[in-house]
Design a protein. Structure first.
Length: 230
C-alpha cells in the first residue's frame, strides 16, 4: 500500500494508464502537492506527457502540468542508479563501473571501425552484450553518452533513422539542461528527473527494439568524449 504524501520528484503513473504497469520508471514526475484534505487524501501536481494515452518519449515529451489525486498516483518501482556517488552500496558501485566501462567500450568500438555502426555490431558482438545488459544500466549509459555528446550537431549524428532521431533528441535534451544548469555535471544530469531520463527509460526498457537503443547509444558515443578513468 502506498503511503502519502509522496516526495517531490517522485516518478508516478496514473491508475487509468493500465498500459504503464510495464514501465518501471513511471509516466510523470511530482513537482508540487497539496493536502491533506479532510478525507486524508492529497493532490499532486505532475509534469506529464502531452498525450496521456502514450508512453513518454522524444515524440511525446513531458511538458504538460496537471493535478492528479493521490488515489490515482502510483509510484515508480525503478531504483535510481547514480553515476558518481561515494556513498553508493557495493551493488550500485558495480553498476556505476559497468556503465562507465560499457561507455568506453562502445566509444572505442565505433572509433575502431570509423563510426560504422553496423560494422561495430558484427566485429564486437555488441547486440549480444547489449541484450544481456540490465535496462537500468542501458538507461544510465544513454544519459551519460547524451551528456558527453551534448554539443554534437544534427549532421554529426548520421542519417535520419529512428536511432538518429533518438540520438538527436537526447543531445537536445542534454544541451538544454546544461544551459539551464550551468553549474551542473554528468552526475546531476544522469540522476534526473527530466525529459531525457524518461525518454531514456522508455528506450532502455523496450526489449522489442533493443537494437534501436544500442544504435542510439553508439551514435551518441561516437560523438562523445571518452570518460576519464577513475
Amino acid at each position: 500500500m502506498t503511503t502519502h504524501p509522496l516526495p517531490i520528484g517522485t516518478r508516478v503513473s496514473h491508475i487509468n494508464q493500465q498500459w504503464a504497469h510495464s514501465l518501471p520508471d513511471g509516466t510523470a514526475t511530482i513537482v508540487d502537492r497539496k493536502g491533506p484534505w479532510p478525507d486524508g487524501a492529497w493532490e499532486y501536481q505532475v509534469l506529464a506527457a502531452r498525450d496521456f494515452s502514450r508512453c513518454p518519449g522524444p515524440g511525446n515529451p513531458e511538458s504538460r502540468t496537471t493535478w492528479w489525486p493521490s488515489w490515482a498516483a502510483t509510484p515508480s518501482t525503478t531504483k535510481e542508479i547514480s553515476v558518481n556517488d561515494n556513498n553508493l552500496s557495493s551493488e550500485t558501485e558495480g553498476a556505476e563501473q559497468e556503465i562507465v566501462s560499457l561507455h568506453r567500450l562502445l566509444a572505442r568500438a565505433t572509433s575502431a571501425v570509423d563510426n560504422n555502426i553496423q560494422e561495430a555490431f558484427v566485429v564486437f558482438g555488441l547486440p549480444s552484450l547489449w541484450s544481456l545488459t540490465r535496462p537500468e544500466v542501458r538507461r544510465q549509459l544513454l544519459l551519460l553518452a547524451a551528456w558527453e555528446a551534448r554539443t554534437a550537431t544534427a549532421a554529426d549524428l548520421g542519417s535520419p533513422t529512428p536511432a538518429d532521431q533518438h540520438a538527436w533528441a537526447f543531445t537536445q535534451y542534454a544541451s538544454a539542461w546544461s544551459e539551464q544548469h550551468p553549474e551542473g555535471d554528468a552526475e546531476q544530469f544522469c540522476a534526473g528527473p527530466h525529459p531525457a531520463r524518461h525518454a531514456a527509460s522508455s528506450l532502455a526498457f523496450d526489449r522489442d527494439d533493443f537494437l534501436v537503443s544500442l544504435e542510439t547509444a553508439l551514435l551518441l558515443c561516437s560523438r562523445a568524449e571518452m570518460p576519464e578513468k577513475s
